[in-house]
Write a protein that binds this ligand. Structure first.
Ligand code: ZN
Ligand code: ZN
Length: 474
């Protein structure tokens, strides 16, 4: 039975038919596959997963990518207006694939197999995962349990990124200075950037300013749970990027920092909303729920602030690293680094008061003490206008770090969380729009380019462009 399935998967992935028919076959098989896997129990599912994981990761998803490329080209030829938000047919195909992948990745015994698949087919695996991630992000509102899927995919991505550092550095053995470690490293970088976009998406979406009165405490609760997950994702990416080359590491760290600062602000808002609700809720049941939300918000804010400290620390360390070179005029670049380092130190000092160790003695459950504890919790938590300003400053600091280092394979708009436009990998192969001033920075779209010009990319661009002109004349 298993061999038949594996063969079916391989045959469907390998068939050279035109994409349309190809898609039909693939979708049918995968639909059946996902249903089949979901219905299996325990060890049986793990056994199937172990057998099928490799073909799915290394054959099916790459095959789908080819099919999608052909479809996009065909669509471009017929100049169709793309309907946004609604999954198209080939999107549905990936839905099946991510579904199957999700089930496969979620099984414990497949871990060894998974590791093997990553190592033997690192490029395909990371390309596949990136595609799966982007799609899941795009379609998260229509996908069942998309948060779960995202987490699983991000975890898998981080495992790939940290699985075999030697293979990245060995592919760039001849590189000196700021050169980047080969296509594998770019791919992993791209994958991790997509992970970070996953971590930032909801934070950006919900910042759209909903009126607090219309918010219901369950909604707050959900946001908080999601925020907790995304904070974990950031930490994982921070861990995973340790294996990357210096400047790429710094870029990812900078994005993590911005992301976490954004989360801190989001949670502050949720906390404030809950506090407001507490003031006007008369029903006892809902008052308890609101109180619960506030406790969770406080706790999670604490976690995020701790994570912020970690991110700030690694950013500062990377900025101080001897081999870090910013592009453009050397004197101006050195000045820019020194400025960032100063900023980093200042921010660390500002963050310190919120991290003062708290004595969390196990106290008897008496009401007075509980109240005291809660008050303490509120004081120490990252709240109030000062904290919000600090979070804002941290976010800008993360952005500023990213802006200093325009690399050609990510969208240089530090606030970009777009997964519909050009992927980071496509930027690698020279798509997207390139800044004509410095010929270095790339953007996933015109709007990202415009958004991040004034006061962001402009000074760095000028610095690089001046050097280029000097070189041409000299
Ligand atoms: Zn430029
Ligand atoms: Zn962008």
């Amino acid at each position: 039975m298993l061999t038949i399935l594996q063969e079916a998967v391989l045959v469907s992935a390998g068939c050279g038919d035109p994409w349309f028919q190809h898609y039909q076959d693939l979708a049918g098989i995968l639909d059946a596959l996902e249903g089949f896997l979901v219905n299996l129990k325990g060890s049986a599912r793990e056994a199937v997963a172990a057998v099928l994981l490799q073909p799915v990761l290394t054959q099916l998803l790459p095959a789908w990518l080819e099919a999608l490329k052909a479809a996009v080209q065909a669509a471009a030829g017929s100049s169709n207006a793309v309907t946004q938000g609604v999954p198209t047919e080939h999107d549905m195909c990936l839905l099946y694939i991510t579904g199957a992948l999700h089930v496969l990745l979620g099984t414990g015994a497949a871990a060894a197999q998974l590791q093997e698949a990553y190592l033997s087919h690192q490029q395909q695996a990371s390309r596949s995962l990136e595609a799966a991630l982007r799609f899941t992000l795009q379609a998260q509102h229509v996908l069942p349990c998309s948060a779960d899927r995202l987490c699983t995919l991000v975890r898998a991505a981080c495992t790939i990124a940290s699985s075999k550092p030697e293979s990245i550095s060995s592919s760039s053995s001849s590189s000196v200075g700021p050169a980047v470690g080969g296509p594998a490293a770019k791919q992993l970088f791209s994958l991790l950037v997509t992970c970070l976009k996953a971590a930032g998406q909801d934070a950006n979406n919900s910042s759209g300013g909903s009126s607090s009165a219309s918010r219901f405490d369950v909604a707050i609760f959900l946001t908080l749970a999601g925020a907790g997950t995304r904070q974990q994702l950031c930490i994982q990416v921070l861990q995973a990027c340790k294996h990357m080359e210096g400047s790429l590491q710094l870029l990812l760290q900078g994005r993590c920092l911005s992301q976490l600062a954004g989360l801190a602000m989001l949670m502050q808002r949720e906390w404030a909303t809950a506090a407001e609700l507490q003031g006007c809720s008369s029903e006892k049941a809902s008052a308890v729920a609101v109180k619960g939300c506030m406790t969770i918000a406080s706790q999670q804010l604490k976690d995020v602030v701790a994570a912020l400290k970690v991110a700030l620390g690694v950013c500062s360390a990377s900025l101080a690293a001897a081999d870090l070179q910013l592009p453009g005029d050397a004197a101006a670049a050195a000045k820019a680094i020194a400025h960032l380092q100063q900023q980093g130190v200042a921010l660390q000092e500002q963050l310190q008061p919120y991290l003062s160790p708290t004595k969390q003695n196990a106290q008897p459950q008496q009401q007075q003490q509980q109240q005291q504890q809660q008050q303490q919790l509120q004081q120490q938590a990252f709240q109030g206008q000062q904290a919000e300003q600090l979070a804002q400053a941290l976010l800008q600091f993360g952005h500023a770090i990213c802006l200093q280092l325009p690399v050609p394979y990510w969208c240089c708009n530090p606030a970009c969380s777009d997964v519909q436009e050009c992927s980071e990998l496509a930027l690698v192969s020279s798509k997207g729009s390139r800044c004509s001033g410095c010929a270095t920075a790339r953007f996933c779209s015109k709007s990202c380019q415009q958004q991040s010009w004034k006061g962001q990319h402009a000074p760095v661009c000028k610095r690089i462009a001046t050097t280029r002109k000097g070189q041409q004349q000299g």
